[in-house]
Design a protein around this ligand. Structure first.
Ligand code: V47
Length: 379
């Protein structure tokens, strides 16, 4: 891509700033969202991605568990939550039922369990600590990435504890990191409309700040493609960047494409593939202090996740195995990909698959033939 082309598009100053290692501004972010040439934006993002990670694309061997969908919040975009226990399709697994799911996978080379739940008002706090202790007992050494900042805030309010006390008790029970869910869009105009009765932006970010201070690493997300403006997307990304300047505790940013089926925003169209690619690219360019941009293949679709690896993304999440939040909202991806599938789709996209653990420690030398490993997920 020549400088002349970038100049024609008005992206030359941004390209120069990137070359000089200078930080992009709010206006640069909006310009990247409105530039008609998606490939030019992607090209810039890919340069930044390759500067950090070369050809590597990370994935992990993980299991997603949603122990209950009973939720006292009423987010307009959510197709997963059931407001009351006893509602049709409401479910709450016992601790033993959750542990059975882990026991059933004893032969799999799992390194992470990712738990996200509804905000269930009828469970004791001990349910969550027993869940964590039980998972560590069944699978010592497994990394427990559990409960969004919104859940942590809910626990604090519901059980009469501080956010910090909740985090400390969960850590004592085995919590290793926090997933990034619940961020949605931070801007008040949007948040009060689509997620009015759960933790606000300041609380969400406050929980992450506290978690980082206690030594936990966390992820962070953005739910895009509904009623937010480009300026509100940029504002969201810059709030993440500002907290990361303070703490350095975010590992990965995950753009989450809005899925409209079976929820209160079902009249809106789903974001297009071009929008999805652009969000990943702009995130890579604005979040100069966040190491990883994850294309969560269940949210992007498998095909777009492959392409996103050329638009700023260096991580695809993992095998997942059980997923309800997106599939109840219309995702047509499989619920799981085998290790061999993930590696193949990374390679076919022209990238180099690298297995990582949750903290991005590499678990194999790059290029190793993991495809030969006789493990439960391989076929
Ligand atoms: O918090 C809910 C989103 C999130 C819909 O940390 C929806 O590694 C689109 O946060 N359309 C949960 N999105 C998933 C999540 C996540 C996923 C993968 C990796 C990580 C990580 C975190 O899903 C929720 C909400 O923001 N969500 N409903 C919907 N209809």
């Amino acid at each position: 891509m020549t400088m002349a082309r970038l100049r024609l598009l008005g992206l030359d100053t941004i390209a120069q700033k990137l070359d000089a290692g200078e930080r992009l501004s709010f206006d640069d972010g909006v310009a990247l969202f409105t530039c008609p040439d998606l490939h030019a934006v992607g090209w810039l993002a890919n340069r930044e991605r390759e500067r950090r990670h070369g050809a590597r694309t990370y994935y992990n061997v993980n299991l997603r568990l949603e122990a209950t969908n009973v939720c006292q919040a009423n987010c307009l975009f959510c197709s997963f939550a059931r407001l009351k226990a006893g509602d049709p399709q409401a479910y709450t697994l016992s601790v033993e039922q959750v542990l059975d799911k882990l026991r059933a996978r004893a032969d799999q080379p799992l390194t992470e369990v990712h738990v996200v739940n509804g905000l269930h008002p009828g469970l004791p706090f001990s349910y969550y600590t027993e869940l964590l202790r039980g998972m560590k007992a069944v699978r010592p050494g497994i990394h427990l990435k559990c409960f969004t900042a919104v859940e942590i805030a809910f626990f604090a309010d519901h059980y009469g504890m501080t956010d910090e006390a909740v985090l400390r008790e969960l850590m004592a029970a085995g919590l290793d990191s926090l997933p990034g869910g619940g961020a949605e869009i931070f801007a008040e105009r949007v948040r009060t409309r689509i997620a009015h009765d759960k933790a606000d932006a300041a609380r969400y970010l406050g929980v992450h700040r506290l978690a980082h201070g206690l030594g936990l690493r966390t992820n962070v997300t953005m739910l895009y493609g509904h009623i937010e403006t480009f300026a509100e997307r940029v504002d969201h990304l810059l709030r993440i960047r500002a907290l990361q300047d303070e703490t350095g505790g975010f590992q990965a940013f995950i753009p989450l494409a809005f899925h409209p089926d079976h929820n209160q925003m079902r009249k809106l169209p789903a974001p297009t593939a071009t929008d999805t690619l652009r969000v990943h690219a702009v995130a890579r360019l604005l979040l100069d202090n966040v190491a990883h941009i994850k294309a969560f293949w269940i949210a992007t679709g498998v095909d777009v996740a492959q392409i996103a690896q050329w638009y700023g993304a260096d991580d695809l999440d993992g095998t997942v195995q059980e997923e309800r939040i997106y599939h109840m909202a219309g995702s047509r991806t499989p619920e799981t990909l085998s290790i061999a599938d993930i590696r193949r789709l990374i390679r076919i996209a022209g990238r180099e698959p690298v297995e990582r653990d949750t903290l991005y420690r590499v678990l194999e030398p790059a290029g190793d033939a993991v495809e030969d490993r006789p493990a439960g997920l391989l076929h």
